[in-house]
Design a protein around this ligand. Structure first.
Ligand code: SAM
Length: 179
């Protein structure tokens, strides 16, 4: 199962931090990559740096055409899932998503109306307004039944040794990530 997040509606001046959080959350909770429908290289730089330092092979592609990406995803047999408070509530539709290659779309500002029809599923994480980061996190967690929290991230410079108090970090390679 491949899971890629498509972030649309990103406004560089306003959404820098939250879009970075969408990418970091997607990576940390088991998605394979993020497509960003905006030309904002800083987002890619900062998430690439996290991957270099902490491992895994999460990718970020910027400046994508979101309609083309949706078309490509459907052509290859994948399912397009739009996260919106107006959709079917997650527990009622998660069964349809399991085992499928998923393109999970999250908005920032109001999303284009056409998206509701282009998506195979419109999914709400509770039918109340909240945040794309919270919605994405819960969808990824439900999809993997919590197993993503034990995922091993290989190839990074650093690895955390979980401790009850303080901080323990193992250096796994020579420091090479760009500052
Ligand atoms: N004001 C915008 C609108 O009217 O569409 C929504 C802004 S909301 C902070 C940004 C994104 O968070 C939405 O596009 C959606 O992807 C996600 N989101 C917010 N609440 C959600 C919910 N209850 N379930 C699923 N996704 C949600």
């Amino acid at each position: 199962m491949t899971v890629v997040v498509l972030r649309i509606g990103h406004r560089p001046a306003r959404d820098m931090r939250i879009t970075t959080h969408v990418g970091m959350t997607a990576r940390a909770l088991g998605a394979d990559g993020m497509l960003l429908a905006a030309d904002d290289p800083k987002i890619k730089e900062s998430i690439d740096k996290v991957v270099c330092r902490w491992g895994g092979d999460f990718f970020v592609k910027i400046d994508v055409d979101w309609k083309k990406e949706i078309g490509r995803w459907k052509e290859s047999g994948g399912m397009v899932v739009h996260l919106t408070m107006y959709g079917l509530n997650l527990p009622d539709a998660i069964g349809e998503m399991r085992g499928r290659d998923l393109l999970i779309i999250v908005g920032a500002e109001k999303v284009p109306a056409s998206l509701y029809n282009l998506a195979d599923l419109n999914i709400a994480v509770g039918n109340q307004p909240h945040s794309e980061v919270a919605a994405l996190a819960l969808v990824l967690d439900h999809l993997q039944d919590g197993k993503e929290l034990y995922r091993d991230f290989t190839g990074g410079e650093r690895k955390i040794v979980p401790t009850r108090s303080g901080k323990q970090v193992k250096r796994t390679a020579i420091e090479s990530c760009l500052r």
